[in-house]
Design a protein around this ligand. Structure first.
Ligand code: SF4
Length: 314
């Protein structure tokens, strides 16, 4: 097994909403391995972005620990915290709101470099290096964010995340706001970062085909819990969890009529403030068994090495 960079252990993130509790993350356990791209997928409200923000130390879990290289990221001194911020960086969904529109790209990026203690010569050198990595011409530095396309801005957002030479980049839906033609370029850039610069990434997405294309392993989440996790090859060819099957069935395919009826998703995601009893997925699951699935919470079980699923029928 590869070295573990980030370990998320028994993490819960709860929010009080009046008398009710919203369980955004509920007992999540995952590892991010060195030089992998770990995909985190699920529908809106599954907790994937909350997980990314917890890993970034932007929000603190209600319970549980998150460690980077064995060190708890929530029990750090101010100096250690600054060091950790260098090591974990984030790329957000919307590149248009990622930059201050009043400043040139040079100023936007230089401010980040200065924050990490680089002087102006080091900053210029680093920006030049990074422009080469993201395949953009130096002239973009003098441009205003509003003069650039979404694809160019997302490349620059990736460059900004790389300024501090992070060990991990958490990319939260980094291509979903872009045109399809540009998406492929950004995905290829992320793959290049992994193979040429040994960059580890967490890739948060609702888009399974994209995850299949770019990731090494996948975590499938539903209503704050992990439903299935495994390598891309294993999870896509030996899918075990009915929720993953349903997500896969929703993938665009050559003949849209060939969708197994039992795999189709029924209904909407339940209100997170009224979480279903037993298996959280039972209200939509075509295989749900009354008296079992609505009563007992299924534990995550290992089906094959590194491949786990939380379903009574597995
Ligand atoms: Fe469906 Fe039951 Fe499995 Fe949940 S435990 S996924 S409801 S079969």
């Amino acid at each position: 097994m590869s070295d573990v960079l980030i370990e998320v252990k028994n993490v819960k993130k709860y929010y009080r909403k009046g008398k009710k509790t919203l369980k955004a993350l509920d007992q999540v356990n995952i590892e991010v391995w060195d030089n992998e791209i770990l995909g985190v997928v699920g529908e809106s409200g599954c907790g994937k972005s909350t997980l990314g923000r917890c890993m970034m130390n932007l929000i603190q879990p209600t319970e549980g620990t998150i460690t980077l290289n064995g060190k708890d990221i929530f029990t750090l001194s101010k100096t250690e915290l600054k060091e950790i911020r260098k090591k974990i960086q984030m790329v957000f969904q919307n590149p248009f709101s990622s930059f201050n529109p009043k400043y040139t790209i040079r100023k936007n990026l230089s401010m980040v470099a200065r924050f990490y203690g680089m002087n102006s010569a080091e900053t210029s050198r680093r920006l030049e290096e990074l422009l080469e990595v993201i395949s953009l011409d130096k002239s973009v530095l003098g441009r205003m964010p509003t003069e650039l396309s979404g694809g160019q801005l997302q490349r620059l957002a990736i460059a900004r995340a790389l300024i501090s030479r992070p060990e991990i980049i958490i990319a939260d839906e980094p291509v979903s706001a872009l045109d399809v033609s540009v998406q492929a370029q950004i995905l290829n850039l992320l793959l290049d970062l992994k193979s040429n610069y040994h960059q580890t990434m967490v890739f948060i997405s609702h888009d399974l085909p994209v995850v299949e294309h770019i990731c090494d392993r996948v975590v499938v989440m539903y209503l704050g819990s992990v439903m299935e996790m495994g390598t891309v090859d294993d999870l896509f060819s030996n899918t075990a969890h009915p929720y993953t099957m349903a997500l896969l069935a929703a993938k665009p395919r050559e003949n849209p009529d060939v969708v197994k009826e039992e795999a189709q998703l029924q209904g909407d995601v339940p209100n997170a403030l009224n979480m279903p009893s037993g298996c959280k997925f039972h209200t939509r699951c075509p295989r749900a068994k009354e008296g079992l699935c609505d009563c007992e919470v299924p534990a995550l079980k290992e089906i094959a090495q590194g491949h786990v699923a939380a379903c009574h029928l597995v």
